[in-house]
Design a protein around this ligand. Structure first.
Ligand SMILES: CC(C)(COP(=O)(O)OP(=O)(O)OC[C@H]1O[C@@H](n2cnc3c(N)ncnc32)[C@H](O)[C@@H]1OP(=O)(O)O)[C@@H](O)C(=O)NCCC(=O)NCCS
Length: 296
């Protein structure tokens, strides 16, 4: 299996549009989970050279209306004609789940070509995000954090978490797809696993009122929010700079984050802070029965 994983990893690297870019798809533990996890079926398309031209994996969680089939797929650039066979294999796996099961495609290395392929197979693009990264190794460029007047910075604690949740609700309420989680659900999702790093996560009060927060996990900025009443005064700039300075001090060389393509304010903020685009990711969904006939 180790060599099979190595061949899939080589394919993942070959399909990155920017060879210097980065995406979860070249993270061996991500590939291992998606392609070799429990209950996963996978197919591989070998080329005469022995390298892989394509590979796909399908897994089923749950059953009936509550069930979800997860699909992921890769094609080596220049070998897109392998899609016909690959898609026929994927459709056969999906058909076993029945006509009402939700099918979710996970792409951590999205290209226009892949978007077109899933659209032609009757899938809707339900999420599109950019992967951004910030080089933290340039210690000379380590900026000074400039907090807006009246700021108090809280290190992570129960009270910082409570204040951050208040800000989160105000900051994200108007974003499309706002999930409306309770405080405990939100805390569990963002701070509930071993990757959460409380030392690089902070909350800011302005004149004593919760105004902004940043939550980080190992090597990642997971969530940043500033309450609408306190925007455009440099609070996100200060929060993110504080977090990345703390990450750098802890030895992190590169920080990463995902931002939705439909969030121009956040994208401008990240550009302003020197983050660069390293890739795209997407999620597509369809009910089991294809909207378009699959004639292969
Ligand atoms: C994105 C967000 C965190 C920015 O917070 P902020 O405190 O207003 O950001 P800053 O004041 O530090 O602004 C930094 C720079 O980003 C840019 N920027 C921020 N908001 C902008 C907007 N609405 N329009 C245009 N540019 C904007 C500007 O270049 C700004 O610098 P400038 O004011 O000196 O020109 C805030 O709008 C927010 O909470 N949005 C909702 C939640 C969210 O999308 N979080 C990020 C998810 S990845």
């Amino acid at each position: 299996m180790a060599s099979e994983l190595a061949r899939i990893l080589e394919l993942a690297q070959a399909q990155l549009p920017d060879p210097a870019g980065w995406s979860l798809v070249v993270d061996p533990s991500w590939l291992d989970r998606l392609y070799f996890g429990p209950g996963v079926s996978r197919m591989a398309q070998a080329l005469p050279t022995g390298e892989l031209g394509g590979s796909a994996a399908v897994s089923l969680d749950g059953s009936g209306d509550g069930g979800v089939i997860t699909v992921t797929s890769m094609l080596r650039p220049g070998f897109e004609d392998l899609w016909t066979t690959q898609r026929a294999w994927i459709e056969r796996q999906i058909a076993d789940g029945g006509s009402t099961i939700r099918v979710r495609v996970v792409s951590e290395c999205l290209t226009d070509g892949e978007t077109g392929r899933w659209a032609a197979a009757g899938f809707d693009l339900v999420l599109e995000e950019l992967a951004l990264e910030r080089d933290l190794s340039d210690t000379e460029g380590s900026p000074e954090v400039r907090w807006p007047a009246g700021s108090t910075v809280l290190d992570w604690s129960d009270s910082a978490a409570a204040a951050s949740f208040e800000v989160c609700e105000a900051a994200f309420r108007d974003r499309p797809g706002f999930p409306g989680w309770s405080r405990s659900e939100w805390l569990e999702r963002l701070t509930g696993d071993a990757d959460f790093v409380p030392e690089t996560s902070v909350c800011a009060l302005l004149d004593g009122v919760p105004a902004g927060f940043v939550i980080c996990s190992r090597g990642w900025v997971d969530q940043v929010g500033v309450a609408p009443a306190h925007r455009r005064i440099g609070l996100a700039t200060a929060l993110v700079t504080e977090a990345t300075c703390r990450m750098r001090a802890a030895g992190t060389r590169v920080a990463r984050l995902h931002v939705n393509v439909n969030n121009p304010e956040a994208r401008t903020t990240w550009r302003h802070l020197g983050w660069r685009e390293s890739g795209r990711r997407g999620r597509f969904e369809r009910l089991g029965t294809p909207k378009v006939d699959c004639t292969v």
